[in-house]
Design a protein around this ligand. Structure first.
Ligand SMILES: Cc1cc2nc3c(=O)[nH]c(=O)nc-3n(C[C@H](O)[C@H](O)[C@H](O)COP(=O)(O)OP(=O)(O)OC[C@H]3O[C@@H](n4cnc5c(N)ncnc54)[C@H](O)[C@@H]3O)c2cc1C
Ligand code: SF4
Length: 459
């Protein structure tokens, strides 16, 4: 009976109301109970057999760590021993701009190649035995899977940023307890593993380090087909190779097809976002991966962008990563410069506001329809203007994600759409910037109690 209730909880609170984060944890912690299945709304778990009594302890862990039920960030962030507190980027020690000095690493990097520099260092210094990263399956385009490897060449050649909802935790049971692992993931993956590490320290002690990449928006599958259609290609099997961040930073979408090579600058292909944005990235306040050991994103700033080259921003949350960064700097493997909190926030002010204020407003709206993920922090006061901006964002997304609208827009040339979108985005940013910036500067985030926090306090 208990097993049935636990499964029911996952379906009624997460999967049925569309709150699934596609993380794969339910498949990864149980024994052939769930299977992640592809849908046009991202990979969703499907129950593949009846639950038994033996499943109860696994199911309890899933219910506790499922990001679709929300994450008590305030409660959990106190478990990290950090020198600075922030409710905007999470508790942390320091922030840095970093860039790999290795041409080999940087040429295939999303930003400064910092993630792979750290992974290689962790393997070489034997701090871990294996790295767990998302990579494209061999000879299977747009088909991604968790790669567990210790081979430096494989780490070097792992995929760049994959802007597609993809499970990452579906192989958690396959990790060996007597080996040491580092996991690279999006904020929701990292939050899930952190919950398990906090609540079941002995059982998850083999996962030594958590590296989060910043995640603003992610997309459902179909974005590439949409882009191809806008270029007169109707068959996805015509693709031979795809890179989302090809060439000089910030890189471009580059697709090699049978007959031609298509490419579109990063800021142009952002036009795909309103059509394919996944719901999970609209209902999480976590942009940087606040429960990681180190968070890494693009170091957006006009002066660095003009230089090209490729720079990452990093936020350290456990001391060991400050030490590793210094070691790599001394060895001249890395360009490294400390920055303050103000600059760290400014670099991503728009997206931080989108998550800290916007996600709260979006969740408030969804609450009227059914269960929503519960968080233990919320903005205290939001202006009337900001609420109206959010309504407009919601309207644009709901129109753009409509099937018929998508099929009409898919016929328009992608370069033209990208160009128009870039201009609209710039105008939109300059109109909303004062409200959003003011909102972020004045924002007071307060902690709140709810059912989810209580679960953590009593277990
Ligand atoms: C969906 C998504 C949204 C993002 N949004 C932002 C943003 O708004 N602002 C920002 O500054 N940065 C964002 N990033 C992060 C950014 O694109 C880079 O990944 C980050 O700067 C690290 O770059 P790097 O050169 O140090 O990493 P690299 O050395 O190039 O290594 C990249 C690593 O990321 C892993 N990876 C790639 N895609 C995924 C994925 N989908 N899930 C889990 N692991 C993955 C790869 O396995 C690889 O290990 C986003 C990334 C993704 C995947
Ligand atoms: S969010 Fe993750 S754990 Fe929760 S139902 Fe979805 S795939 Fe399973």
């Amino acid at each position: 009976m208990e097993q049935k209730n636990l499964v029911k909880k996952i379906f009624t609170e997460v999967i049925n109301p569309g709150n699934c984060f596609h993380c794969g944890l339910c498949a990864g912690l149980t024994k052939n109970l769930f299977k992640m299945t592809d849908t046009n709304k991202g990979p969703i778990p499907k129950l593949i057999r009846k639950p038994h009594k033996n499943d109860i302890s696994d199911l309890k862990k899933v219910v506790l760590a499922c990001p679709g039920r929300g994450v008590p960030y305030n409660h959990l962030s106190k478990k990290l021993i950090t020198s600075k507190k922030s409710k905007i980027i999470g508790n942390h020690n320091s922030s840095y701009i970093a860039s790999s000095n290795s041409k080999l690493i940087r040429q295939n990097a999303s930003s400064g190649g910092l993630v792979r520099s750290l992974l290689i260092e962790l393997i070489k210094s034997k701090k871990v035995d294996y790295v767990c990263i998302l990579d494209e399956k061999k000879n299977q385009l747009l088909n991604f899977d968790l790669l567990i490897t210790k081979t430096v060449d494989k780490i070097l050649n792992s995929s760049q940023s994959i802007y597609q909802t993809t499970p990452l935790l579906h192989k958690l049971n396959k990790l060996k307890k007597n080996k040491k692992y580092v996991f690279v993931g999006l904020p929701e993956h990292i939050a899930s593993i952190r919950i398990l590490k906090v609540k079941y320290p002995k059982e998850f002690n083999h996962i030594k380090f958590l590296i989060s990449i910043y995640a603003g928006t992610n997309m459902y599958p179909g974005a590439v087909e949409f882009y191809l259609k806008g270029n007169g290609i109707n068959n996805i099997s015509d693709i031979k190779k795809i890179n989302w961040r090809y060439g000089e930073w910030p890189g471009m979408l580059r697709i090699v097809t049978k007959n031609k090579i298509l490419s579109l600058k990063k800021f142009y292909y952002n036009y795909l976002i309103p059509f394919f944005i996944s719901k999970n990235c609209l209902i999480t306040p976590d942009f940087t991966g606040e429960l990681s050991d180190i968070s890494i994103g693009d170091a957006w700033s006009p002066s660095l962008e003009n230089k090209g080259h490729g720079y990452s921003v990093a936020i350290t949350r456990t001391k060991i990563f400050d030490k590793i960064l210094m070691k790599l700097k001394i060895k001249n493997d890395l360009y490294l410069k400390k920055i303050n909190l103000k600059n760290t926030v400014r670099m991503h002010a728009h997206m931080l506001e989108f998550k800290k204020v916007g996600s709260y407003l979006r969740i408030e709206k969804l609450k009227k329809k059914g269960p929503v993920p519960l968080y233990d922090l919320e903005p205290q006061k939001i202006s009337f203007l900001r609420k109206n901006i959010e309504s407009l964002i919601g309207f644009i997304i709901s129109v753009a994600s409509n099937k018929s609208v998508k099929s009409i827009f898919s016929l328009i040339n992608s370069r033209f759409l990208g160009f128009i979108f870039k201009i609209i985005r710039q105008i939109w940013k300059s109109i909303t910037k004062p409200t959003k910036r003011k909102g972020l500067d004045n924002i007071k985030i307060i902690s709140v109690k709810n059912k989810r926090v209580e679960e953590f306090l009593k277990t």
